[in-house]
Design a binder for this molecule. Structure first.
Ligand SMILES: [Zn+2]
Length: 423
């Protein structure tokens, strides 16, 4: 058993923080007791000056795109994809994806992410990287283009082999987007996902004129498309972006099996717009947060994403009461977990996964914090640089600049080589 004594606990379901002793056992949180329940000299002493909050759940991304970071800056989405990213990605192989994913995992762990979504290729190698690191992941094989059915079959074979492995990997299907997958194939993906009890990740309404590029787009609205393909009935439907979701259609999306993955910085950088997240919240849509790939963000820093998400809604709607610090933390943690197949991740509660981060409240910018105002301090003044430790399933995967289970130096050197090979 590990004891984190006298830490300041805050999660998405508590408005204020409180001082607690937190115990972990067998990868789970086994006890959350008032501070001082356990004797002084426990494994970790928080001294009432270390915050413990849930690890971040990055609900949308393409991890190995750390290899194409900086490649094709300042281009609109379609130019960026067609002229830069897709030609480079055509040269990928399993080894390159593995090396790029490990690099992204270093960045994610050091910035507090304990669970990440991924839609990419050579997913068995992505899963290998996640398992090697001990980080949680919801993985899908990107399905697109003329060979979609082949790729779907790969996705299903990947699910058979990896879904549930070590309690860390869950598999979804990953039809890329309605403009890269035919209507017929999308129906097939939805059917196969239902049959196999798998959730689905896809890009949805990311750019303004995207629906014109959808083969069935002239015949039906996006919502009719979800109904008629059968996507609406899958176990979990994770819709990345939704920048151009129509306000009147929002009640349609308020369903227990639908999660929107909001990617504010990728949408800003690619000039796609600002998703109407405040209106989504009002319509009771479950909204999670993601970074998207490192080449369109260009960071994999969920803390940064959480701060941007809150500030954007306040500024864009000229209403500072929108998207509170607590809302932002919900989006960055608990709201994304279930769609990725993890129903006990994202809160600091007994019986939940021991996925959390420790934050140094002795940093100068926390001066003046107390249990009531800590949420605002963390979201608006804090940053991922304040993270001392990242714990996944009870194991310390990052601590004070070091990665106890990984050879970071080797991973960085190999990723640099892989990038040269690719570009
Ligand atoms: Zn994406």
């Amino acid at each position: 058993m590990n004891i984190y004594r006298d830490v300041v606990v805050w999660d998405a379901e508590s408005e204020a923080a409180r001082r607690c002793d937190v115990c972990t056992e067998n990868g789970k949180i086994s006890a959350v007791k008032p501070a001082g329940t356990y004797a002084y000299g426990a494994a970790y002493e928080g001294r009432g000056r270390t915050a413990l909050i849930p690890g971040f759940v990055n609900a949308h991304g393409h991890a190995a795109m750390t290899l194409t970071r900086g490649f094709g800056e300042d281009l609109p989405l379609m130019d960026w994809l067609q002229k830069r990213i897709w030609p480079a990605e055509a040269k990928l192989d399993g080894e390159l994806v593995y090396k790029g994913t490990l690099l992204s995992i270093l960045e994610m762990l050091s910035t507090g992410t304990t669970c990440f979504a991924d839609m990419y290729f050579y997913m068995d190698r992505v899963a290998d990287a996640a398992l090697e690191a001990g980080i949680r992941a919801g993985l899908s094989r990107g399905v697109m283009g003329d060979t979609s059915i082949e790729k779907l079959n790969e996705n299903l074979a990947f699910a058979k082999k990896y879904d549930g492995l070590e309690g860390l990997v869950r598999v979804q299907t990953g039809p890329h987007a309605p403009y890269t997958v035919s209507f017929e194939c999308m129906k097939y993906v939805a059917e196969a996902s239902k049959e196999n009890g798998l959730g689905v990740q896809l890009h949805w309404l990311e750019t303004k004129n995207e629906w014109n590029m959808v083969e069935a787009g002239s015949r039906m609205t996006p919502e009719e498309y979800l109904e008629q393909t059968g996507l609406l009935d899958v176990k979990h439907l994770l819709l990345a972006h939704c920048v151009w979701m129509d306000k009147e259609k929002m009640p349609f999306y308020a369903r227990p099996n639908i999660t929107v993955a909001h990617n504010p910085k990728s949408n800003l950088k690619l000039g796609s717009g600002v998703a109407p997240v405040a209106a989504m919240n009002e319509a009771h849509i479950n909204v999670a947060l993601g970074t998207d790939g490192a080449s369109s963000n260009n960071r994999l820093d969920m803390w940064d994403e959480m701060r941007y998400a809150a500030l954007l809604q306040k500024g864009f709607n000229m209403d500072p009461s929108l998207l509170t610090a607590q809302d932002a933390l919900s989006m960055a943690t608990k709201n994304g977990a279930e769609a990725l197949g993890f129903s006990d991740t994202g809160l600091i509660r007994e019986g939940w996964a021991a996925d959390f981060i420790l934050i140094d409240l002795d940093m100068p910018h926390y001066t003046g914090w107390n249990c009531e105002n800590l949420p605002g301090y963390l979201v608006y003044a804090g940053s991922s640089a304040d993270i001392m430790t990242t714990v996944v399933a009870g194991k310390t995967l990052y601590h004070m600049g070091e990665f106890p289970g990984l050879d970071a130096e080797r991973i960085i050197a190999e990723a640099a080589e892989a990038r040269k090979k690719l570009l």
